[in-house]
Design a protein around this ligand. Structure first.
Ligand code: FMN
Length: 366
């Protein structure tokens, strides 16, 4: 092991809303598809999250507040009493080990299938089918054309997010993160290719931002802004949520930031390949909330990058996905400049304990 600066600010504490983190390395939300088919978290999930309690904060995998928001079979939910009880076991285990854990609340929108939603439909801002096949029990199938949510139904969706957030807090979470990224329901409202509405929720950057603002505001009102964060991925351009007009992106996300700033959110997490660039740093100022950055899928989030971002004060914390999945003790490995386990993509979304709870911790001597 090399001589590395273990006093680096990346390993110093930080407060994000109501959550005090021991270090600035956040475990990014990572879908692993290992819950029961009714969405109840398993014992294996408890072990997985408990193993990762040394991260400054864990953000759970995207979790549905209502079955219509489910994207994968065996994705966990936070809708029923059984879900709350099982998640309580997970939060207790993480807290016993001194960790912090917040829940990512995710509505999949059109990235789903009637078999998964159980309501005979999928829902979206506009009736445009997703571009990629959807995995259901029989394999990958073509996506259906989603039902365009009516104005009265949008109020129900807001209530569903609020109920999910309330349930997450009842399960002992240290807060929630609303999933507004990666082409799922809320991002479908933000992006011009997925939102063709002509009403109060579409047709201009401000109006496309307004539904996300209403969801986050309602959740913050229910559980407290200090317990509420938001994840966004401007210009990520995946799953048909395409944002290629720079001026439109800036206008949309600035409008969102301006309607949320007064709340005093716990954090905003921005996924972008250039976290130090003008867009992200402008949005940081506009949101006026603690910033977590994630560098996106194109490359792993490496230690050097994370340290530099915190050093330069480009972010308050950095979230790490694939290396967190493969290294339960990543914080210590980075701090001691230790070797890293390689993430195995073949077990990201399938399998039991293999590639899940069996990544070893580093052996070290004092
Ligand atoms: C297996 C896997 C599952 C993911 N699941 C989610 C998710 O549930 N919610 C989300 O917002 N992002 C999800 N992501 C994106 C990650 O949070 C992160 O943005 C991405 O992996 C890039 O960070 P990294 O380079 O550190 O891995 C997932 C990524 C992977 C690899």
């Amino acid at each position: 092991m090399g001589t590395h600066d273990t006093d680096h600010p990346l390993y110093s504490s930080v407060t994000l809303g109501n959550v005090e983190l021991n270090n600035r390395i956040v475990m990014a939300p990572l879908t692993r598809i290992r819950a029961n088919t009714d969405g109840t978290p398993t014992e294996m999930m408890r072990e997985y999250y408990a193993q990762r309690a040394d991260f400054g904060m864990i953000i759970t995998e995207g979790t549905w507040p209502i079955r219509e928001g489910r994207t994968w079979g065996q994705q966990p939910g936070i809708e029923t009493a059984e879900h709350v009880t099982a998640w309580r076991g997970i939060t207790d285990a993480v807290h016993e080990r001194g960790g912090k854990i917040i829940m990512q609340i995710m509505h999949g929108g059109r990235i789903s299938h009637p078999e998964l939603t159980g309501t005979g439909r999928t829902v979206a801002p506009s009736a445009i089918a997703a571009p990629d096949p959807i995995r259901i029990s029989t394999g990958k199938v073509d996506p259906v054309i989603p039902h365009e949510l009516g104005l009265d139904e949008l109020a129900t969706v807001i209530d569903q997010f609020v109920a999910g957030a309330r349930n997450a807090m009842a399960a002992g979470m240290d807060g929630v993160q609303i999933h507004g990224a990666n082409g799922y329901l809320l991002h479908e409202f933000l992006a011009p290719t997925t939102n063709l509405r002509g009403d109060a929720y579409g047709a201009s950057p401000e109006k496309r931002a307004s539904f996300v603002a209403e969801v986050v505001t309602a959740v913050a009102r229910e559980i407290g802004a200090g317990n509420t964060g938001l994840r966004l991925s401007p210009q990520h351009n995946i799953q048909g949520a395409i944002e290629t007009d720079d001026a439109d992106v800036l206008a949309t996300y600035t409008a969102l930031a301006r309607s949320l700033k007064h709340l005093g959110l716990a954090h905003v997490e921005l996924v972008h390949h250039e976290p130090e660039g003008e867009l992200i740093q402008t949005l940081r100022r506009e949101f006026g909330a603690p910033l977590i950055v994630n560098t996106g899928f194109s490359r792993f989030t490496q230690r050097e990058v994370a340290e530099e971002l915190v050093d330069k004060q480009a972010a308050d914390a950095v979230s790490v996905g694939r290396l967190a999945l493969a290294n339960p003790d990543l914080v210590r490995r980075w701090q001691l400049d230790g070797p890293l386990n390689e993430p195995n993509p073949e077990t990201f979304y399938v399998g039991g304990e293999k590639g899940y709870t069996d990544y070893p911790v580093m052996e070290y001597s004092l």
